[in-house]
Design a protein. Structure first.
Length: 236
């Protein structure tokens, strides 16, 4: 067993005018390679903030983030962009797909726009094939050319999952991926994530409000008063 992603003593506050609102107050966390961890906690407890810090979308006020034992919260901007693009895949509650692009374009575009002009033409065909393959894997092989407004909620989240997997990340951070879906559709999305976790050995952290969804993770942690505690359904 090896610790894939870890946080040590993470602190984060936001400022409302002159008042400081502490959100994270010393988060310690270790996630093993291949583990699927559910993150629960009441609304406003800092779950999204934590995911942003772990995925280097934002920086902590204090504390450290480690990938395979190496500190990553303080790397150069260039290395941080590379980690965001290659190591982490993000899934959000409201999908964040571009309305004017097809499902296929939505999956490949984040990677295509990072290429130089030369890389763009060189990699376009490869990325297109990867995107089509991923959309087939998530059950959208018949929806490649559909725009987001032509897809159902569950299909939108499947497209967003394909986008998160494009480029082959090692770690998937999902922030309430079933939060906008009915129970049955949410369960099918959870099963897809669970299958991808197992077949690709992906490390996953998934924020959820839903105890039935959380119970299917390998482990549940809870954010309380700015810190992480281990949680088990028996404690409810
Ligand atoms: P959760 O995802 O658990 O609902 P968040 O991490 O989104 O919680 O937010 C935690 C707290 O931080 C909330 O009180 C929220 O209002 C506040 N907050 C989050 N983001 C910002 C921001 N960019 N500026 C100011 N306050 C914020
Ligand atoms: Mg949130």
């Amino acid at each position: 067993m090896s610790i894939h992603l870890a946080a040590e003593g993470l602190f984060k506050s936001y400022h409302k005018g002159r008042t400081e609102v502490p959100v994270l107050r010393g988060v310690d966390l270790e996630v093993e390679r291949g583990e699927l961890v559910a993150v629960i906690g009441s609304s406003g407890s800092g779950k999204s903030t934590l995911m942003h810090l772990l995925g280097l979308l934002d920086g902590p006020d204090a504390g450290q983030v480690f990938l395979d034992g190496r500190r990553i919260d303080n790397v150069s901007e260039r290395n941080r962009d590379a980690l965001r693009n290659q190591t982490f895949g993000f899934i959000f509650q409201f999908y964040h797909l571009m309305p004017e692009l097809s499902a296929l374009e939505n999956v490949m575009m984040p990677h295509l726009i990072r290429q130089s002009l030369f890389g763009y033409f060189k990699n376009r065909t490869r990325l297109r094939a990867e995107a089509a393959h991923l959309l087939k894997r998530v059950g959208l092989g018949h929806r490649l050319d559909h725009k987001p407004n032509e897809l159902s909620g569950g299909e939108l989240q499947r497209a967003a999952i394909a986008r998160a997997l494009c480029g082959g990340p090692d770690i998937v951070l999902a922030d309430e991926p079933t939060g906008n879906l009915d129970a049955e559709t949410g369960q099918s999305i959870l099963e897809l994530l669970r299958d991808l976790n197992r077949e690709r050995g992906l490390t996953m952290m998934m924020v959820t409000h839903d105890p039935l969804i959380a119970a299917q993770a390998d482990r549940i942690v809870r954010l309380v008063e700015g810190r992480i505690e281990e949680w088990s359904p028996a404690l409810a």
